[in-house]
Design a protein around this ligand. Structure first.
Ligand code: HEC
Ligand code: HEC
Length: 91
């Protein structure tokens, strides 16, 4: 049954739905650009491009862990060995 009270309720829900959608859209549009550095193009890193990701990931730490020659920044997201998950090489 479509009583007037129920109609009003449905209208309210529709308006609320659109409003929430708009807020989420604005939130994502305002999010900062992705700034994660990509895998560099040089003689050190190019050999990792044809490899399987999992295979390549294991070899980053020798240079990029704290004791290595090019340690990653002290403030770094998480230090798993899934380096290429974030540091893209596809470009
Ligand atoms: C032989 C040592 C070595 C290995 C192995 C190595 N790197 Fe590097 N990496 C470096 C050095 C040195 C630099 C800094 C100079 C440069 O940009 O090449 C660097 C720089 C980087 C940067 C910074 C790029 C930027 O824009 O500042 C990223 C990201 C990176 N490496 C990711 C990786 C990943 C992911 C792996 C594993 C697939 C890896 N590296 C393996 C030595 C290494
Ligand atoms: C969850 C995503 C993520 C993972 C996983 C990750 N990184 Fe990073 N890494 C980042 C981001 C984001 C930055 C930029 C941090 C900043 O500039 O504050 C960064 C920065 C770096 C830098 C410094 C680049 C520069 O320009 O100074 C190196 C080197 C690096 N990461 C290496 C690695 C290695 C090696 C691994 C794997 C052991 C790894 N990262 C795993 C997200 C990630």
């Amino acid at each position: 049954m479509n009583s007037p009270a129920k109609k009003k309720n449905t209208l309210f829900l529709n308006v609320a739905f659109v409003a929430v959608g708009a807020v989420i859209l604005v939130f994502f549009l305002r999010a900062p650009e992705v700034t994660t550095p990509r895998l560099p193009h040089d003689e050190i890193h190019d050999p990792f491009r044809p490899m399987k990701k999992r295979e390549a990931d294991k070899q980053c730490e020798s240079c990029h862990y704290p004791q290595g020659e090019a340690p990653m920044p002290a403030v770094h997201p998480i230090t798993t060995e899934r380096c290429l998950f974030c540091h893209r090489r596809d470009d």
